[in-house]
Design a protein around this ligand. Structure first.
Ligand SMILES: NC(=O)c1ccc[n+]([C@@H]2O[C@H](COP(=O)([O-])OP(=O)(O)OC[C@H]3O[C@@H](n4cnc5c(N)ncnc54)[C@H](OP(=O)(O)O)[C@@H]3O)[C@@H](O)[C@H]2O)c1
Length: 217
């Protein structure tokens, strides 16, 4: 793919997992953190797993300024403040929302109601000059961080920007086992985000690792 992929909050398991998979696919990846040292450390920890890939670490602001497709991989509670701070740097860029707003009660997950309808729609309201795409909310970090494992999953990709959506579907398919599925406009992101809670609860019931596949298309 043309361009460099950035991960805001890339020191967490989901961001590291995506960074690893993109680097293994031959993409150039930059991990971001509030602390540059933490980002460098996370990048170094992945380098041995993707010896032929390109992963480096820097601050979140430099990721937003220097990269072309930027994944937002922070907890839902953190996204408002961080996106407010990065708003200008992210203008005109493809911004990928992987956020699934969840709470856990006695070990069971439930989806948090977001006033805008979804975390992705909230990102759109916070970043009106960016090209928001929702994707990867149902892909577990555990699967991503095991490079020996094929990630058997459909990634449903939602956006109102048709070209940005195509770019992210193509990116998803660089991960072995993943199929990118066109999920329509950003309004549909709420259903994908909510599914994450269901998958986590199914995992608990079956002591397993579930993912989703859409049939009939
Ligand atoms: N984990 C999964 O399996 C999974 C699966 C699908 C989707 N997701 C979604 O992916 C996102 C990231 O998940 P995760 O498990 O990697 O999360 P996480 O470990 O809780 O957080 C990721 C990173 O966000 C940064 N961060 C934390 N609090 C922050 C704050 N208040 N302000 C700014 N940055 C903050 C931290 O980086 P620094 O301290 O280095 O700045 C942290 O390493 C979440 O929205 C989650 O819903 C996760």
């Amino acid at each position: 793919m043309a361009g460099v992929i950035g991960i805001i909050g890339g020191t967490g398991p989901e961001g590291k997992g995506l960074a690893l998979r993109f680097a293994l696919a031959g993409e150039r990846v930059v991990i971001g953190s509030r602390e540059e040292a933490r980002a460098r450390e996370a990048a170094a920890s992945l380098a041995s797993l993707a010896p032929h890939g390109s992963i480096r670490g820097t601050t979140n602001i430099d990721v937003a300024l220097e990269t072309d497709i930027i994944v937002i991989s922070v907890p839902y509670e953190a996204q408002k403040d961080i996106l407010h701070a990065l708003k200008d740097a992210l203008a005109g860029k493809v911004v990928v929302c992987v956020v699934a707003p969840l709470v856990f009660v006695k070990g069971w997950a439930s989806a948090v109601s977001v006033p805008e309808g979804s975390a992705a729609k909230e990102e759109q309201a916070l970043l009106p000059r960016s090209r928001i795409v929702a994707a990867f909310q149902n892909v577990s970090a555990r699967d991503l961080l095991d490079p020996a494992r094929s990630v058997e999953a459909d990634v449903i990709v939602c956006s109102d920007d048709v070209d940005a959506k195509k770019q992210v579907m193509a990116l998803a398919q660089r991960i072995p086992g993943v199929r990118g599925v066109d999920g329509g406009g950003l309004d549909n992101a709420r259903y994908v985000e909510d599914l994450t809670a269901l998958l986590l609860n199914i995992n608990r019931i079956y002591k397993a690792h579930s993912s989703i596949k859409i049939v009939g298309i």
